[in-house]
Write a protein that binds this ligand. Structure first.
Ligand code: PLP
Length: 339
């Protein structure tokens, strides 16, 4: 099966399994798992942050970040379609009493800063206290520019807001821009990075920030049930991700471009070409995808994630250039008959 549903579907390869098998372990809740400690050090170094915390998922990472930065009755500003807002079960509100204030993403995957500024609330007891701005990079595969991030930082400084990055795929952004990831992360107070997407680990995220912030986040990780014991088994995979699987993200980006090339001109399909910036290709279909297309693709060895008339094809470690050619041919063959 060629699985294009997400970059979360990768299976650990031989080198990663060896590292997991041979990992030196301790009890991480006591802080003495050497492999977790090493992962946290290396992640903090790469992102040029003081400290970091290994957590089971990106959802928990964003959640403990919000819980550490905000109090009950605070508010965070977030994209209307951001993962933190839309795809994490409303955790910040449900568990932290932290209210989301959404702003729509524009075509460049940015939150227009005039609109952000307009929703920052005055200090008045009628209002929630605006405390934090959350950005996402990449956002639906699109790269958010460093220039924009700098402007967002300025706005946050002006209004004493904390700036958080949901950087689930921030390494895709860094590789695409050909900059060290620290060129992106250094503008933020905290950054969450998924190890289990394009970086190929089976489980895990790292949350990075100041020593003080990470102490608070560690407390919330325990509260939310994320304190793990011999977690070095998993952190060993994360080390392999950070140390050996970052540069190869460029292959996924090249595969996405190849996919776009091969699908261009398919009847009944419009590729959102401006969005093909990293490892995702987005297709607008003339007809709903559940009219037989997704089932046809599955029957021909290609797994797709579609919703309504929109499909997202995601490239990753377990998708080769030949797989791209085959998948594109399967997709074209459906639309040449049914488009
Ligand atoms: C996947 C993802 C997350 C959350 O990750 P999980 O590990 O699935 O909880 C957060 N933000 C973005 C943008 C993501 O794509």
């Amino acid at each position: 099966m060629i699985d294009l549903r997400s970059d979360t579907v990768t299976r650990p390869g031989a080198a990663m399994r060896d590292a997991m098998f041979n990992a030196e372990l301790g009890d991480d809740v006591y802080g003495d798992d050497p492999t977790v400690n090493r992962l946290e050090e290396i992640a903090a170094d790469m992102l040029a942050m003081e400290s970091s915390l290994f957590v089971p998922s990106g959802t928990q990472s964003n959640l403990v970040a919000l819980l550490a930065h905000c109090q009950r009755g605070d508010e965070y500003i977030v994209g209307h379609d951001a993962h933190t807002y839309k795809y994490e079960g409303g955790g910040a509100a449900a568990l932290g009493g932290i209210q989301p204030q959404t702003v729509p993403f524009d075509d460049a995957a940015e939150l227009p800063l005039d609109q952000v500024e307009a929703v920052i609330k005055d200090d008045d007891f009628h209002f929630a206290r605006t405390r934090l701005l959350a950005l996402e990079n990449t956002q639906h595969g699109r790269v958010v520019s460093i220039d924009y991030i700098k402007q967002a930082r300025k706005l946050c400084d002006k209004h004493s807001l904390v700036l958080h990055l949901d950087g689930a795929r921030v390494f895709n952004a860094a590789v695409k821009m050909q900059v060290p990831v620290s060129e992106i992360s250094r503008h933020f107070d905290s950054v969450s990075v998924c190890l289990s997407k394009g970086l190929g680990s089976p489980v895990g995220s790292v949350l990075c920030g100041s020593v003080e912030f990470i102490e608070q986040a560690r407390r919330w990780r325990k509260v939310t049930g994320g304190g793990m014991r011999q977690a070095g088994l998993l952190a060993a995979a994360g080390l392999v991700s950070l140390q050996t699987l970052v540069e190869r993200l460029a292959d996924d980006h090249a595969n996405a471009e190849q996919m776009q090339e091969l699908l261009r001109g398919t009847p009944g399909v419009t590729v959102r070409e401006a969005w093909t910036q990293t490892n995702m290709v987005w297709l607008d279909l003339q007809k709903p995808a559940d009219d037989g297309f997704v089932a046809y693709a599955r029957d021909n060895g290609v797994l797709l994630s579609c919703s309504g008339q929109l499909c997202r094809l995601v490239m990753h470690l377990d998708v080769s250039s030949d797989d791209v050619s085959h998948a594109a041919q399967v997709i074209r063959s459906w639309f040449e008959k049914n488009g």
